[in-house]
Design a protein around this ligand. Structure first.
Ligand code: AMP
Length: 370
């Protein structure tokens, strides 16, 4: 079976790495051939809105998926007639629009932070008057890794936030004083069977995921997150892996966003779970049964952002797994990650501190307002 991946970044590369042992073949489509996926699969180059090139790509594969959530929905819909695309384009469309995402969460009874759509300066004033500050102004589209966001500590910050983001559809959201951030990775196969991983606990720095620890053991929150993920997967007639990111606020889950794809907060599953998120995604889209999502112990994953530490120093650490995506360094760019699996949570915390030191990340502040 030939799998086509639209987008050939590190996520596509890790999908292919997990699917090759299953006997599957991979081809990827991206704007350039200088991409992380090029190390493991042939790359077809073309623009993401070049329907002719995408159609040629689709004719060469049996099933398609994507590793980037900003692939134009119109492109995906145009080629799904040639080869099926999973997850479904509707999930992609919802994941690209914060407002549609929030409305879907609300319709399915999934709590979200109080918010208001903002279309002009007066709309922002009204949103601040009704929701108060602190809050965050966010673009509806193309926001990721903290991009397209502007925090407002007080109403007087509105003008600066408007200068930064005004002129496009926006959303103002009340700041959640969360105690933790967690995420759930769930998978659904073509027969409708669902498997969920244990919740993972995430730390963001300046809006970018810095560290994930899993499992985050809280039976009540796990049950609630799984119930909510199941509602989403069934509603979207989903096939593949879905990630839902949450704030934990006063012991309760508040959904922040969904990602209709494998997710950075699931990288720990490569070594830390019986079947990785990447393999389960590929199994699902290839029509295979899902594998066990059980954790193998306590795992911690630290992102390598902006620069890579020297590998030599690290590779001698017993049990440490080094992932270099083969990208050139740039401030704020995810270049790789480290994972360590330990027997206890305590060992995991010690390993995490050492890994952060190595990665040059000492801070563990979580919010864009810190
Ligand atoms: P997002 O792009 O929405 O995932 O936001 C990136 C990060 O910014 C989140 O993981 C949080 O750390 C922080 N953040 C976003 N929205 C809020 C909010 N309403 N309240 C508090 N922190 C937030």
């Amino acid at each position: 079976m030939r799998i086509g991946i639209i987008g050939a970044g590190q996520l596509g590369r890790m999908m292919a790495l997990s699917g090759i042992p299953l006997g599957l073949q991979f081809t990827m489509y991206d704007r350039s051939a200088e991409v992380p996926g090029a190390a493991v699969a042939p790359i077809v180059t073309g623009a993401f809105d070049d329907l002719r090139a995408l159609a040629r790509f689709a004719r060469g594969v049996d099933v398609m998926t994507f590793d980037w959530e900003n692939v134009p929905v119109a492109s995906v819909r145009a080629v799904e007639k040639i080869a099926p695309v999973w997850p479904p384009p509707r999930a992609l469309a919802i994941g690209q629009d914060r407002l549609r995402e929030k409305r879907l969460f609300q319709r399915l009874g999934i709590p979200v932070a109080p918010y208001a759509a903002v279309n002009d300066w007066h709309g922002l004033q009204r949103a601040i008057a009704s929701l108060g500050t602190p809050g965050i102004l966010k673009t509806l589209r193309l926001g990721y890794d903290g991009k397209g966001q502007s925090p407002l500590r007080q109403p007087a910050d509105a003008a600066a936030a408007w200068r930064q983001l005004g002129g496009q559809p926006l959303l103002y959201e009340r700041f959640v004083r969360f105690t933790r951030e967690v995420s759930l990775i769930a998978a659904r196969d073509q027969g409708g069977r669902i498997a969920c991983y244990p919740l993972a606990e995430n730390v963001h720095e300046l809006g970018i995921l810095a560290q994930t620890r899993a499992p985050f053991s809280d039976a009540g929150l796990q049950r609630a997150a799984e119930r909510q993920a199941k509602r989403l997967l069934v509603e979207l007639r989903y096939v593949g892996v879905l990630c839902v990111e949450y704030f934990v606020d006063r012991g309760r889950l508040v959904a922040n966003e969904l990602a209709p794809r494998v997710h950075n907060s699931g990288h720990w599953t490569i070594e830390g779970a019986e079947t990785s998120q990447f393999e389960n995604h590929i199994r699902a889209i290839a029509g295979m049964p899902l594998g066990s999502t059980r954790a193998r112990g306590h795992a911690v994953m630290v992102n390598l952002i902006g620069r890579l530490p020297p590998a030599g120093k690290l590779l001698g650490i017993p049990g440490l797994h080094w992932h270099d995506y083969g990208k050139s360094p740039r401030p704020g760019r995810k270049l790789g990650h480290l994972t360590q699996v330990c027997a206890t949570r305590r060992d995991c915390d010690r390993a995490a501190a050492a890994m952060r030191r190595i990665a040059g990340r000492r801070r563990t502040t979580e919010s864009p307002l810190c």
